[in-house]
Structure formats: structure tokens, C-alpha cells
Design a protein around this ligand. Structure first.
Ligand code: URA
Length: 238
């Protein structure tokens, strides 16, 4: 249970600066349980609180955990340079509350991208110590061979990496299609591993993080959803 003043609540949810949030209340744009709020000073219980701002409901969440089906041609960088950023696919409140991608997918990679404003969660999910598997479908330029699969499983040496990197699992799913499971999240890892093993990545899609699959979430490209209890537990499972 936690109590906060209405201006702080609005600010925490990403509605803008404290000053702007106070003005929202003063302008009669904020309702709770259908009642226009006239002051922002009293302490309000945040548990199960639903705000209505500019006529739209907004459920209070102390922290947000989001799954996005990232389409191609969006950048995960905070300062995107050549394509729009992934945050443009989410309500602008999430930019204000500093929601960030958990790790990065390349601009041309599609699939499951986690996002949050919970720093310790982002850190834990990104930590190599957690060994969280990520499942990718890699469409290759050349036909997949048993030798390619064998070298990805045995480990390939990448420039700047002290030790060879190996896939946790690698299964041929088509003539030019591989399902690769990685525990690490190194820069361009799938693409660099495929190149080091003598093939090239034509397209890349992330299907799952831990036990959480994009299929189970049923998200179309560009769609997102909040992740709650059991779904968050799946992230740490294999
Ligand atoms: N590996 C890559 O090469 N790119 C990604 O976006 C993710 C993993």
C-alpha cells in the first residue's frame, strides 16, 4: 500500500512535469471514479487506482513491464539516427517515465522485445549471469549445412571476444532457416556467429525470451502488451 499526492501520481505515470500535472488537475482534466478532481494535495491510495485523464482510463502501475512485437526498421537506441525509435510505438507516457528496452535488437531484427522502467529488472534480465535463453529464427543467405549447425554448436571465434561463442541449441528448420538459442546477448551476435561460421543472416526474428514466447502473447508486429505475474516468471524459465 502506498499513498501519494495526485500531482506526483500523474508525474510518476508519465503525464508530464509536476507543474504540467498540477495544471491538468486545475483544468479539470483528471477524474477518479467518475469524479473530476479539484485538488492535487491530498494523499491518495495508489493500489488499484484507475485515473481518467483527457477522458481516457489509465491504470496506475508503479513499474511497467512491456512486451513489444518489434517490427523491422525501428531502432532500440535512445537516440535513433536512421529509423524511428521503438518508443514511438508505445503511448508517450512511457517515454516520460523512462521506459527502456531490455537489451537491444538490431533495427532490421523483428520479434519479442521487452521494455520496462524498472532499473533492477532491466539489469537482472540483461545480466549474463542469469543465463536467460533467447530463441531466434535466422533466415540464411546460403543453404544450411550440417557443418554450419555443428560449428555454431561447437562455438565460433568472434573478433573482440576472448573465447569462442556457442549456441545453446541450433536446429535446422528449413533449407535456409535455423532456430538458434543463445544465452548471451553480444552485439550482432547471431549475425556475427553466422558470418564466422561461413553463412550470412538474411533476416532475424526473436521468438522467445526464457519461457515467454511471442506466439503465446499473440502480438502482431507493432503491437504491445503489459506483462504481469506469471508471464514475468516465465522470463526466467527455460
Ligand atoms: N543477434 C543479432 O545479430 N541481432 C539481433 O538483433 C539480436 C541478436
Amino acid at each position: 500500500m502506498s499513498k501519494l499526492s495526485l500531482d506526483r501520481i500523474l508525474q510518476s505515470q508519465g503525464f508530464g512535469t509536476r507543474k504540467y500535472c498540477r495544471a491538468l488537475v486545475e483544468d479539470g482534466e483528471v477524474r477518479i471514479d467518475g469524479v473530476v478532481q479539484t485538488g492535487y494535495k491530498g494523499a491518495l491510495e495508489t493500489a488499484a487506482l484507475t485515473l481518467n485523464v483527457f477522458g481516457e482510463d489509465w491504470q496506475y502501475r508503479e513499474r511497467v513491464y512491456i512486451a513489444l512485437h518489434k517490427p523491422a526498421n525501428f531502432e532500440c537506441s535512445r537516440k535513433p539516427s536512421h529509423h524511428p525509435g521503438v518508443l514511438t510505438l508505445l503511448p508517450e507516457q512511457f517515454t516520460w517515465r523512462d521506459v527502456q528496452p531490455v537489451g537491444r535488437l538490431d533495427h532490421d531484427t523483428t520479434g519479442l522485445l521487452l521494455m520496462s522502467d524498472d532499473g533492477p529488472f532491466i539489469h537482472a534480465q540483461s545480466s549474463p549471469k542469469r543465463h536467460i535463453p533467447k530463441i531466434y529464427l535466422a533466415f540464411t543467405e546460403e543453404a544450411v549445412t550440417p557443418a554450419l549447425v555443428a560449428s555454431l554448436l561447437a562455438g565460433v571465434k568472434l573478433h573482440d571476444e576472448p573465447a569462442p561463442l556457442a549456441a545453446l541449441s541450433c536446429v535446422q528448420r528449413g533449407d535456409k532457416l535455423l532456430e538458434i538459442v543463445l544465452e548471451q546477448g553480444k552485439y550482432h551476435q547471431v549475425k556475427r556467429m553466422l558470418a564466422a561460421a561461413g553463412n550470412h543472416c538474411a533476416a532475424l526474428h526473436r521468438c522467445a525470451v526464457g519461457g515467454l514466447t511471442l506466439d503465446a502473447l499473440g502480438l502482431e508486429p507493432g503491437q504491445w502488451c503489459y506483462l504481469e505475474g506469471a508471464q514475468l516468471d516465465l522470463l526466467a524459465s527455460r
